[in-house]
Design a protein around this ligand. Structure first.
Ligand code: HEM
Length: 389
């Protein structure tokens, strides 16, 4: 991940020169995609992101519009492109798997999810079929990309608004790692408590998945009441509602990563444990902190997301100082009128076009806001200064 980010910072025009202005969300989206694809899916996928894969990815991405959750079959041109993209992407993954098999991949050379699944079996001993691996890879790419990218963007926007925390993060690296040039590894980022708290605090205020729904299958009594929710009803949990409650998080509207130094770690609140088939894990169902959901379908990418966001933020902190445009201290508002995974688009959209407060349903290309300075509001942008120290 670090190599990917170093190369990106060195070559991307957004980071040119010793100081300048940057639209953070599009730059962060690319950083997230490159690091996730390289580390989760291997170098073949990463290489193709510079060519064919990128346009297929965008076609799939455009299938993530709110209307698709209601009418996924609707004969829109974007949906046709989405389906063609899905089939072509499946073929690309299948070709990668075949090539690896032909060159006798033993899983050691390629330590990624493709290799992992190629050597995995179901409980009854059936090997995971290639087309299922391909579909899971597409799912992983879509599941992880937007949520991690949006979270990293919010972190950096908050750091631009409160540069003293960015300085604290830099000092933390010096204190724990000894210098800010030490290669980042899974082990040495674990003691970086402040960066973990920064991510945790950002997810409290800006959980990318704003609605988590569950269909009731058997009558569900609500503890402490006479209410019983009947089967067929759908229950919805909104992590941001609890995250913004003063009852659980005093001064809930304030972004203060230091609050976590005095709070019970949300993971410790998760008392209920369950084995879903891969060992005992906490369900998280009794936690007041739910950005990664709860229960059987709780996010499987949480640990990966923390590593990825930590590396992205730490690399920016090493290289740059950030501050908000025109000394502003406020941030672009969260737009909850859209589906969770589409939030990334809306963040870009609200930056690119301050007049529109809702995400457009029309196919909207993220490149619109790159360099669209004339229409830009300064919220969501940051001033970037290369740290020569
Ligand atoms: C900050 C980053 C992330 C956040 C906030 C997040 C949030 C969530 C939430 C709330 C759910 C549960 C949805 C539900 O219960 O209905 C979920 C599920 C899931 N997430 Fe994440 N996620 C993040 C990153 C990732 C990454 C990086 C990956 C993959 C590499 C990933 C893969 C998945 C998958 C596969 C599921 C479905 C699990 C299932 O249905 O059993 N997520 N995520």
């Amino acid at each position: 991940m670090q190599d990917e980010l170093s190369a990106f910072i060195e070559t991307n025009s957004a980071f040119e020169g010793s100081a300048g202005r940057i639209q953070l969300p599009p730059a962060v989206a690319e950083m997230t995609l490159f690091t996730a694809s390289r580390s989760l899916q291997g170098q073949e996928v990463r290489k193709q992101l510079d060519t064919t894969f990128a346009s297929l990815y965008h076609d799939l991405d455009n299938g993530f519009q709110p209307i698709n959750f209601m009418l996924p079959w609707f004969p829109r041109p974007a949906n046709r492109r989405r389906d063609i993209g899905q089939r072509k992407m499946t073929q690309i993954y299948t070709d990668i798997i075949n090539t690896r098999r032909a060159t006798a991949d033993d899983g050691k050379e390629n330590e990624d999810m493709i290799s992992n699944l190629m050597h995995s079996q179901y409980k009854d001993g059936t090997p995971v079929p290639d087309h299922e691996i391909a579909h899971m890879m597409i799912g992983l790419l879509m599941a992880g990309q937007h949520s991690s990218s949006v979270t990293s963007s919010w972190v950096l926007l908050h750091l631009a608004a409160q540069p003293q925390i960015l300085e604290e993060l830099y000092q933390e690296q010096l204190r724990i790692l000894g210098s800010a040039t030490v290669p980042l590894t899974y082990d040495n980022i674990q003691p970086l408590t402040l960066v973990k708290n920064v991510i945790q605090e950002t997810l409290r205020l800006h959980p990318p998945i704003h609605s988590i729904m569950r269909k009731v299958k058997t009558p569900l009594p609500i503890q402490g009441t006479n209410w019983v929710v009947p089967p067929s009803h759908v229950l919805l949990a909104a992590p941001a509602t609890m995250g913004k409650s003063d009852e659980y998080f005093p001064n809930a509207d304030t972004w203060d990563p230091h609050r976590w130094e005095h709070m019970v770690d949300p993971k410790d609140q998760e008392r209920e444990k369950m084995d879903y088939g891969y060992g005992l894990v906490s369900t998280g169902a009794d936690s007041t902190y739910l950005p990664f959901g709860a229960g059987r379908h709780r996010c499987i990418g949480e640990q990966f997301a923390y590593v990825q966001i930590t590396v992205v933020v730490s690399m920016i902190v090493r290289h740059f100082k950030l501050r908000n445009m025109e000394e502003k201290t406020d941030l672009v508002a969260t737009d909850y009128s859209v589906m969770g995974y589409l939030f990334a688009h809306c963040l870009y959209h609200s930056i690119a076009n301050p007049v529109t407060s809702h995400c457009s349903l029309a196919p909207w290309n993220q490149h619109t806001c790159i360099g669209s300075d004339a229409r830009s509001t300064s919220l969501g942008q940051a001033l970037l200064q290369r740290d020569m120290g």
